[in-house]
Design a protein around this ligand. Structure first.
Ligand code: SF4
Length: 140
């Protein structure tokens, strides 16, 4: 598993289409994702783009701990992404449940439900860290 990398993901290098899945986030991570794809950080210039359907995606960008209500949805969304597919666990909650660890509505971390390829630590991770992880995937 990688935290972030600058060598790219060979099968996906150049252009990576991303489906975001909020599996139970407090929305803090979403604010940073919005910033990353906004005019200041502009992740699209590095080849990363958000898409509306997992069937159009190369990778999932998952935030939050996985709540019981989202566990099956996350599994099914993962299965809907064509291969080769990648999963980014964004934020401490996605990595290890963070501040929600042990909460009654939490099924587990993202890695407990689907295979994780890249982790981005932080609560929330700063835009620079998210950009670094995305650039690691696109290789740009
Ligand atoms: S990592 Fe922090 S900002 Fe992100 S969903 Fe968890 S509590 Fe919210």
């Amino acid at each position: 598993m990688e935290r972030s990398t600058s060598r790219g993901t060979p099968e996906l290098a150049g252009s990576v289409q991303i489906r975001h899945v909020d599996a139970g986030s407090c929305n803090g991570c979403e604010v940073e994702i919005a910033s990353v794809f906004g005019p200041v950080y502009d992740a699209e210039r590095y080849g990363a783009r958000l898409v509306a359907s997992p069937r159009h995606a190369d990778a999932l960008l998952v935030t939050g701990p996985v709540t019981r209500n989202m566990e099956m949805a996350l599994r099914r969304t993962y299965e809907a992404v064509p291969q080769p597919r990648r999963v980014i666990a964004l934020g401490d909650c996605a990595r290890d449940c963070g501040v929600f660890a042990g909460a009654y509505g939490v099924a587990g971390a993202v890695g407990d439900v689907v295979p994780v390829d890249v982790e981005v630590p932080g609560c929330p991770p700063p835009p620079e860290a998210i950009i670094e992880a995305l650039r690691g995937m696109t290789g740009r």
